[in-house]
Design a protein around this ligand. Structure first.
Ligand code: HEC
Length: 125
């Protein structure tokens, strides 16, 4: 009888150990992967909704789809991997550059998307 309890104890402890191990794996899987912001799918729509009515070719930078990437990188408005030094990010938080849009900033969620895109290397992806 004592043997059976010992056996059950060993099984129980092993199950507990393994379930903790898998919990950790699950946590790692939910961490953001590097380079998971898409310029085309996530950043450009923000410009389309909030910026292109003014930044349509007359106002620098030109934020229209197809022109925005070159305008931002070529014009020095974005320094890849350095959101804090990028005029684009500064303009969204209104620190170190005029607040954009001038009528009032966009949501923190949208600002974070742009910031993360810059910090992931500002890829044309
Ligand atoms: C109502 C018109 C308007 C809207 C909407 C607008 N902007 Fe601007 N933006 C301007 C004007 C005007 C300037 C010129 C700078 C100034 O205010 O003196 C400018 C300048 C900028 C600059 C350059 C700042 C500098 O210091 O050189 C950036 C970057 C910028 N805007 C980004 C954006 C972004 C991103 C959005 C959308 C989230 C946006 N703007 C929305 C009118 C607008």
């Amino acid at each position: 009888m004592k043997k059976i309890f010992q056996f059950l104890l060993v099984i129980g402890l092993s199950l507990m150990t393994f379930s903790c191990y898998y919990d950790e794996l699950a946590d790692q899987a939910t961490l953001p992967l590097p380079q998971n912001i898409s310029f085309q799918d996530q950043v450009q729509p923000i410009f389309n909704q909030n910026c292109v009515n003014c930044h349509n070719g007359n106002q620098n930078p030109d934020l229209r789809s197809g022109n925005s990437f070159t305008a931002l990188l070529g014009g020095g408005f974005v320094i890849p991997s350095e959101s804090e030094n990028s005029i684009l990010y500064k303009s969204l938080i209104g620190q170190g550059a005029p607040l954009m849009p001038p009528s009032g900033g966009i949501s923190q969620t949208k600002i974070n998307v742009v910031k993360q895109w810059i910090d992931e290397g500002a890829l044309n992806n």
